[in-house]
Ligand binder design. Sequence first.
Ligand code: URA
Length: 237
Amino acid sequence: MKKQRLDKFIANQLIIPRSVVRKGIYRGLATVNDTVVRDIAFSIDSENDSIAYDGTKIGYKEYVYILMNKPKGVLSAATDKSRKTVVDLVPEHLKRQDIAPVGRLDKDTTGLLLITDDGVFAHNCISPKKEISKSYIVTLDGDINDEMIQKFKTGITLVDGTMCKSAILEKIDKNIARVIISEGKYHQVKRMFGMVGLGVNELHREAIGGLCLPNDLKSGECIEMTKEYLESVIFNK
Ligand code: URA
């Protein structure tokens, strides 16, 4: 059983300002188990009660989990004063008050990005202790050699002395590689390549743990995922 205030529940599930919802409840727009309730603080059981607002039945989900194919030029943030964010691209039916990207991809990085309002799940994905792998396809401004592959394996030390864990560098073409890291330091991939004398022209995330970006998900598109599926492929639960 999950007890919640009626006004908060409706506002959060439908992304309507609480002040508007309250007026609606006073006007008799909210029903709990088919009975009109005009008390904004009425305590509902969000898992078992049937709630409707303005004729729309509200199907309860505690959290939402969204997989996005992040396009270039969009900020990995929940809000920004002037620039477009990944949350701006989330379709209305998946939007929730507190959704935010799980970790960050640079503005010019593309590919797999998770967005959720489940803070515990997000923390587990990015916590260095969990060592969840992140796989990227990188296009470089020079050629990859065996010495670089070995340096990534040993663990690159960044210019500020930060030590990175062992990473896999797999050559795909002379200047294209797959790189797999198990942490998420600031600009990590670009900084690691900087230490072996290469600049990153394109960076695309293809996987987090066993979760791969679906081939048919176009740039900027989102799909909803279940927590159970994500946990099974990311944390092997
Ligand atoms: N490493 C980077 O340098 N940038 C990203 O966006 C992700 C990983």
